[in-house]
Design a protein around this ligand. Structure first.
Ligand code: NAP
Length: 422
């Protein structure tokens, strides 16, 4: 067995080295991603009977590994150690394209040599909830792969459960295929997963952070289901991107100042000023749509700064669906609008196998763009997370090349055994 492949080596399919190059975080360097993420030589993980080892061609960059680098709101290393996992590092990464390099004895859905992308829903196969056939994303054992589990996509080899693998869309390059699925599958569950409040033709959908990873995917999904997305941005330079990716209108949030937790409803002056701002934002939505209709779905993730406005502007019987609290977790809302207008405030987290496959099918068929923003080299990985933390990253989804030696490759159906072609 080889000991270590250099990046750019041309290994034989199925040849697994003892060690690998991987980016990792350790507790003693939690902090800014630029210094927290460091390239190390780590042991190549072994796999269990339901798992696969994936030779990673390209990896997407996600915000969860900004949080992992910061060590907040959870220390993912300490969390895993509490569960009995010995490693004192976090080798993260929750999105990739690659080649199945080894497969456990129980694996039936993929075989060595298959070109795949990996979604990041991880759960224990023996979890009673999962075995009962119900939505595994609601199981107690569910974790986010490459964030709450080790050996994600930021290494030459990633360890994943076989059910996470989806055939790689042939039309996409390695980096296009590896960049989108975490955000796309999360957005799909948010917009199409909550019965009674899924996108119907002409539905207005308000999308916060519309040029970001999640937001760009929400624009694509809304367009694919004939909804009308209203994009929110903070920088005029993002306007054209949003319109090109399906938004019917764009609002610049910098034109408003009422952000943050809602003031005390007994403080008439402060509440009045807030309500004036929220109403003006609602009017901006009507202007963007060209008619006085409110969003049937509000696609939320900033949280504390925007949630009071989201609840206020949401249509009667509509839904504010939220998967994060990037600006803070201390959420306020004017409950009077919430109950009188019978709105729904729905938490949502990642996706199950079917939802990940459904959004991949949209992208594979060309109905939706993976929104690859920029392809970086492997060693740019810390800087990509730093850009994201500072909200200075390019629009859409970033990718880094891992074992792929140059961008633009992989968009064919050639056999994986010809991996040397990259
Ligand atoms: P991203 O690419 O950085 O996009 C976030 C967008 O939010 C930015 O483009 C920014 O757009 C907007 N934003 C920043 N500050 C804001 C503020 N104060 N008010 C309103 N909007 C603001 O990140 P992402 O990949 O979309 O992820 C966003 C969040 O969702 C992260 O916290 C991430 O961890 C989380 N997430 C959760 C799940 C899940 O399954 N639970 C899955 C994916 C991501 P503008 O500045 O242009 O407005």
């Amino acid at each position: 067995m080889s000991d270590l492949f250099d990046l750019g080596d041309k290994p034989r399919l199925g040849d697994v080295p003892r060690r690998m190059h991987a980016y990792a975080v350790r507790q003693n360097r939690f902090g800014p991603p630029r210094t927290a993420w460091r390239r190390e030589i780590l042991p190549t993980p072994s796999i269990g009977p339901d798992e696969v080892l994936v030779y990673v061609m390209a990896s997407g960059i996600n915000y969860n590994n900004v949080w992992a680098a910061l060590g907040t709101p959870v220390d993912v290393i300490a969390d895993r150690q509490r569960l009995g996992e010995p490693e004192d590092f976090h080798a993260g990464g929750s999105d990739c394209s690659g080649i199945v390099w080894a497969a456990g004895d129980n694996v039936r859905n993929v075989a060595v040599g298959d070109e795949v992308i990996v979604h990041s829903g991880w759960w224990r196969p023996d979890d009673p909830w999962v075995l009962s056939g119900r939505d595994p994303m609601l199981a107690e054992s569910t974790r986010i792969w490459g964030y709450q589990t080790n050996y994600g996509s930021y290494g030459q080899f990633a360890r994943a459960q076989a059910h996470q693998c989806i055939p790689k869309p042939e039309r996409l390059t390695w980096e296009e295929a590896g960049c989108f699925l975490l955000c796309a599958s999360t957005a799909y569950r948010m917009l199409m997963g909550w019965m009674g409040n899924t996108i119907e033709p002409d539905d207005p959908v308000l999308v916060w952070g519309a040029a970001g990873g999640l937001g760009s995917m929400a624009l694509g999904i809304t367009r694919a289901f004939s909804g009308r997305a209203i994009a929110v941005i903070s920088d005029e330079a993002k306007r054209a991107f949003c319109l090109e990716h399906g938004a019917v209108g764009v609002i610049n949030r910098n034109q408003f100042t009422h952000w943050g937790p809602m003031p005390d409803t007994n403080d008439a002056a402060a509440y009045g000023a807030w309500a004036k701002g929220a109403r003006a934002f609602g009017k901006a939505i009507w202007d963007a749509l060209g008619e006085k209709v409110s969003p049937r779905i509000v696609f939320e993730h900033p949280g504390e700064a925007t949630l009071p406005t989201s609840i206020f502007v949401c249509a009667t019987g509509g839904m504010v669906v939220i998967c994060a609290g990037t600006t803070g977790y201390n959420v306020t809302m004017d409950l009077r609008y919430h109950w009188m207008r019978q709105k729904r405030f729905q938490g949502s987290h990642l996706s199950n196998d079917e939802q990940a496959a459904a959004v991949t099918a949209l992208i594979a068929s060309g109905r939706m763009d993976p929104c690859l923003s920029h392809t970086y080299a492997f060693d740019d990985l810390p800087e990509c997370h730093q850009l994201m933390l500072e909200n200075k990253h390019p629009y859409g989804n970033m990718a880094v090349l891992v074992n792929a030696v140059q961008s633009g490759m992989g968009a064919t159906s050639s056999p994986a055994a010809e991996v040397a072609r990259v």
